[in-house]
Design a protein around this ligand. Structure first.
Ligand SMILES: Cc1cc2nc3c(=O)[nH]c(=O)nc-3n(C[C@H](O)[C@H](O)[C@H](O)COP(=O)(O)O)c2cc1C
Length: 334
């Protein structure tokens, strides 16, 4: 039996399979099943800034509206301190999860402005989160914003949060940053200990009959693995930080690829949504069998064997190879 132990963000983890941020953590039973099926750690669904902002605007509106029109309406309204907010519910769920399982639990914040995030990050730490994932997930549509401004905002958010918590912080990014290696280096300097590559934007679906655009969550396939694997192979050769691969892990071989690229852990979401959380058990059994068959005694030893600086042909990760790949198609077509 191969040794699957690993560590992530300084946390000892029994194996590299982590249940990534998803609705799994809305139900305690499901989190317990994930632990029973062998998951090494679990990331909670994100607490979204929009939800909190929307909620507090709504609350302000109703409290003020009531008091302006009918002073006596004040008595019907709950005291603000007695209202359970989205954040309170999230923190309560985190506490319950921490009481129910022994594996590390990573809380996830989705925010774009520093302000309240520092307070929330501290509350999540106090509620027992083993680590914090900052899910920086914005689609920049403002044509006046420069990439430098956007990145500066991200870095100051990361810096602020890291300054105010003692638990490790990982940053989950989208693949659409122009100069990812530089951004990662700056974020690492700002205090992030790890990076989750990548988050996935929900792409709009165009209904050409009703002329509507809907938001649809598409599950990934193994074909989605190439993008995060490539970037982890590059970035883990440049930075000491921990990397989690997120996107396209559907088989034991996909887990092997993630580890060989240099990831400390591989996140799995779509595969568990599609096959049920017990599928984690099959992934881990398969990983063990593959490692035994191919003579790898531990995940530690297997890690990074396909990193940019370890392979004979680093151009495979770079644009130089693009030409050759296109030519291979030319030969088949012509
Ligand atoms: C239904 C669903 C809900 C998700 N919710 C979150 C979330 O709350 N926070 C987050 O950071 N990522 C969320 N994700 C993204 C996943 O954590 C993951 O990054 C992405 O699905 C790629 O991994 P996969 O290929 O294993 O699915 C969600 C994904 C799905 C499919």
């Amino acid at each position: 039996m191969a040794e699957l132990k690993t560590s992530y963000l300084g946390l000892p983890i029994k194996n590299p399979l982590v249940a990534g941020a998803s609705p799994f953590t809305l139900q305690l039973d499901v989190v317990r099943q994930l632990e029973d099926s062998g998951a090494g750690a679990v990331v909670m669904h994100s607490l979204f800034e929009e939800e909190i902002t929307h909620e507090s605007l709504e609350l302000d509106y109703f409290l003020n509206k009531g008091t302006e029109s009918q002073p006596e309406a004040q008595t019907y309204l709950p005291e603000p301190r007695n209202i359970e907010t989205v954040a309170d519910k999230y923190i309560a769920q985190l506490r319950k999860i921490k009481e129910s399982v022994e594996i590390p639990v990573i809380a996830s914040l989705n925010g774009t402005t520093p302000g309240g995030w520092v307070r929330l990050a501290r509350e999540l730490q106090a509620a027992g989160a083993d680590a914090l994932e900052l899910n920086i997930y914005t689609l920049v549509t403002d044509p006046t914003l420069s990439s430098d401004q956007v990145e500066k905002n991200y870095i100051s958010l990361i810096q602020e949060v890291c300054k105010h918590v003692s638990i490790p912080v990982a940053v989950k990014l989208s693949p659409f940053l122009t100069t990812l290696p530089r951004f990662l280096a700056r974020a690492y300097k700002a205090g992030a200990e790890g990076f989750v590559l990548f988050n996935r934007f929900m792409q709009p679906a165009f209904d050409i009959e009703s002329l509507e655009v809907e938001r649809k969550a598409r599950l990934s396939t193994s074909a989605d693995l190439a993008l995060p694997a490539r970037w982890i192979a590059i970035a883990s050769s440049q930075l000491e930080a921990d990397f989690a691969l997120s996107g396209g892990v559907h088989s034991p071989e996909d887990m092997v690829k993630a580890i060989m690229a240099g990831a400390k852990v591989s996140y799995v979401v779509s595969a568990l949504l599609a096959n049920g959380v017990k599928f984690a058990e099959r992934l881990l059994k398969g990983l063990n069998a593959w490692m035994d068959k191919n003579g790898y005694e531990s995940v530690e030893k297997m890690r990074g064997t396909l990193r940019l600086d370890k392979i004979e042909n680093p151009a495979a990760y770079e644009r130089a190879n693009y030409l050759r790949t296109l030519k291979s198609f030319d030969e088949r077509v012509l």
